[in-house]
Design a protein around this ligand. Structure first.
Ligand SMILES: Nc1ncnc2c1ncn2[C@@H]1O[C@H](COP(=O)(O)OP(=O)(O)OP(=O)(O)O)[C@@H](O)[C@H]1O
Ligand SMILES: [Mg+2]
Length: 381
C-alpha cells in the first residue's frame, strides 16, 4: 500500500483540463499531485502544500506562466519549476529558463521524459532543502560553540585570577605561620606555661588552621600540574575532633551550642586528610551559620558501623526550603548573598566525599533544622 503522505508533492498549474488531468494520472503512483487551473490558485496551493516541484503551462489566460514564475521565485527561490511550452516554442522556453525556470517540456509531452524530468527536479529541490537545513543546523551549532567558548574564556580568566590569588596569599600566610611558631615557642618558654590562661590551647588551634591553609595552598599551587595527593591512612574520628575543636570559638561567638559524640574507634581509611578536613569543616560551618540566629544547637557524631563510618552534623537552625534541597550541592548555589557565601562549600564537600567513595545525604525541615550525614567506607581492620 502506498502512503501518500510520504510521497513527494507535485503541483500542476494548467488552465486546460486535458493536460492537467493526464499529468495527475501519470504522476499519481509516485507523487502526491495537486492541480490548479490558474496561477492565482497555484500560488495559493504553493503556500498551503509546499510542493517539491511545479509543472506550469506558459500560456494561460489572465496571469501567464512567465508572470507566475516570477511570483514563485519571490516566494521560494529554490523550488524546481518545470515549464510546459507549446510545440516548437523554443524562444518562450529560453525566456522561461532565463527567468529562473529549471526545465521545460514541450506539449504534447512524452510520458517517460515527463517522469524523468519531474523525478530529477523533485530530487533537486529536496537536496537543496536538506542542505539548507544542514546549513541552519551548522549555524546553530556554531552559535552554541561560540557561547561555550565565551564561557570558557570567562572560566579561563577566573582560573588566571585564582592562580594569582593563590600566589599572593602565599607570602602573608608564610609570615603569619612564622609568627605563630615564634609565639608558640615564646609561650612555651614563658613562665606562664602552666596554661592557666589557656592561651597555648588557642594558639594550637590557630597553628593547626594556618597549617591547613598552607596545605590547601600547596594543593592549589599544584592544581592541574600534578596528580592528586597520594592517599594515606587517616583517622576520621581524629579529623572530626580537630574540626570541632577549631570551630569551637566561632560557635561560641555565635551563641551556638556545639556538642560532639565520637566513637573510640579511629575509623581509619585511605585518604587525603586535608581534603576530608575541608569537607567536614564546610558542613559544620554551614550548621553554625544556620543556627546563629536561633542560637540553636549542633550535634556532631561519628558512628562506626561494620565497614563504614557515619559523620552526622545535626543542627536546629533555619533549615532548607523544600525546593532548594536539590540545589544545595550545585556550585555557586547560595542563600547567603551579601554575607560572603560563595555557594562552593557543599559542592566541594560532595566532590571530596565521592573521591573517597563515600556519599552525603541531607535531611532538612524548614524552620526546624538540618542533618547532614557523610558516609565513608573504612579500611577493614
Ligand atoms: N545546615 C544548613 N542549614 C540550612 N541551610 C543550609 C545548611 N547547609 C547548607 N545550607 C544551604 O545550602 C546552601 C549552599 O551551601 P554551601 O556551603 O555550598 O554554600 P554557602 O554556605 O552558601 O557558601 P560558602 O560555603 O562559600 O560560605 C547555603 O547557602 C544554604 O542555603
Ligand atoms: Mg558553606
Amino acid at each position: 500500500m502506498t502512503v501518500t503522505a510520504d510521497l513527494p508533492q507535485v503541483l500542476v498549474i494548467d488552465d486546460e483540463m486535458g493536460p492537467r488531468e493526464s499529468l495527475r494520472m501519470l504522476l499519481k503512483p509516485n507523487y502526491q499531485v495537486h492541480t490548479a487551473d490558474s496561477v492565482e490558485r497555484g500560488l495559493e496551493l504553493l503556500s498551503e502544500k509546499k510542493p517539491d516541484a511545479i509543472v506550469m503551462d506558459i500560456r494561460m489566460p489572465g496571469m501567464t506562466g512567465i508572470e507566475g514564475l516570477r511570483r514563485i521565485r519571490q516566494i521560494d527561490p529554490h523550488l524546481s519549476v518545470i515549464m510546459l511550452t507549446g510545440f516548437g516554442a523554443l524562444e518562450t522556453a529560453k525566456e522561461a529558463l532565463r527567468l529562473g525556470a529549471n526545465d521545460y517540456i514541450s506539449k504534447p509531452f512524452d510520458a517517460r521524459e515527463m517522469r524523468e524530468v519531474i523525478s530529477r527536479n523533485v530530487e533537486r529541490t529536496r537536496l537543496h532543502r536538506t542542505s539548507e537545513n544542514a546549513a541552519s543546523e551548522i549555524k546553530e551549532l556554531n552559535n552554541r560553540l561560540l557561547q561555550e567558548l565565551a564561557q570558557k574564556e570567562r572560566l579561563a580568566s577566573l582560573g588566571q585570577a585564582s592562580a594569582e590569588f593563590v600566589h599572593d596569599i602565599g607570602n602573608p600566610l608564610t609570615i603569619v605561620w612564622g609568627y605563630v611558631q615564634l609565639l608558640a615557642k615564646k609561650l612555651e618558654d614563658s613562665e606562664n606555661k602552666d596554661t592557666s590562661n589557656g592561651s597555648n590551647k588557642e594558639l594550637e588551634i590557630i597553628e593547626q588552621n594556618v597549617r591547613l591553609c598552607r596545605d590547601l595552598l600547596t594543593m592549589w599551587q599544584s592544581y592541574g600540574s600534578s596528580d592528586a595527593a597520594p592517599h594515606r591512612p587517616v583517622s576520621i574520628s581524629e579529623i572530626v575532633a580537630e574540626v570541632v575543636k577549631s570551630v569551637g570559638a566561632m560557635a561560641k561567638e555565635s551563641s551556638v551550642k556545639l556538642s560532639c559524640d565520637l566513637t573510640d574507634d579511629p575509623c581509619s581509611l585511605n585518604g587525603d586528610a586535608v581534603q576530608i578536613t575541608r569537607a567536614i569543616q564546610n558542613v559544620i560551618i554551614n550548621a553554625i551559620q544556620a543556627s546563629t540566629e536561633a542560637k540553636g544547637t549542633i550535634e556532631v557524631s561519628c558512628i562506626r558501623k561494620d565497614f563504614y563510618v557515619d559523620v552526622r552534623v545535626a543542627d536546629t537552625g533555619h533549615g532548607i526550603q523544600p525546593e532548594q534541597i536539590s540545589k544545595i550541592f550545585d556550585p555557586y548555589f547560595t542563600t547567603k548573598q551579601g554575607k560572603s557565601g560563595t555557594g562552593l562549600g557543599l559542592y566541594i564537600t560532595k566532590k571530596v566525599i565521592e573521591d573517597h567513595s563515600g556519599s552525603i545525604k541531607v535531611d532538612s525541615t524548614a524552620r526546624v533544622g538540618t542533618t547532614i550525614t557523610i558516609r565513608l567506607p573504612l579500611l577493614s581492620s
